[in-house]
Design a protein around this ligand. Sequence first.
Ligand code: SAH
Length: 244
Amino acid sequence: MGMLSRFYCETAIEGSTARLDGSEAHHLLHVLRGQVGDEVLLFDGHGAEFTARIENCARSEVMLQVLARHDVDRELSIILTLGVSLPKGERQRWMVEKCVELGVHSLVPLVTKRSVAQPTGKALDRLRRAVIEASKQCGRNRLMAISEPQHWHSWCRTSCTADAYVAHPYPCENTPTVTLDELHLRYARSSAMISMAVGPEGGLTDDEIEQVTAGEGQLLSLGPRILRVETAAIVIAAWGSSIG
Ligand code: SAH
């Protein structure tokens, strides 16, 4: 038997009842044709999942009885924060979905000199919705955070620690460039907090690269071919997922 259908509950599940409304209730009632007595899995984004039984269905709300709590951790051991100068349109959503599946802890939209898509409140809401959809599908019980957009200089100031890496396709003088292979050795079986960043389609400027190397940050090469923003993000996320 496959996994029970999963539903995201916005309010933390604490007592013996839970309630779904909005798109989650719609999905359960009108897409999956849930009925009183059916069992589903609920998660509230705080780490656990719950088996629950439908008690009562209204037009756009479902009341459930919580039967059991399961503490199932499907997170990586490392804490990977990925800063990305977001690509445009559908590629943005696709990238978010893959980052959720691969276990990225949080995503920071970066505002750089050559960024194309400045995420507005509405766009961020859509991406956060995409996080929920992907988490329902892949079984993650914690939501990947999507933070407010951060300017490059502020990211460099706050995140350029010794565990920070900025993907850059070109070697820079006097600055060592690491590869994911080397980082694998460094972080295998660790629970380090790692920050990585991917620049915009137009690339990071010399000035932006200098801000990285002025701090403790290092440059990261992903090979001799130039990858699109979302490909670079996914290569990094897949690396994180391979560390475990
Ligand atoms: N035209 C740009 C290319 C940018 S690619 C330029 O010449 O700089 C978009 C982003 O993806 C880059 O800023 C970098 O962060 C990442 N990236 C793409 N290919 C890469 C590679 N081979 N190694 C490291 N980072 C890469």
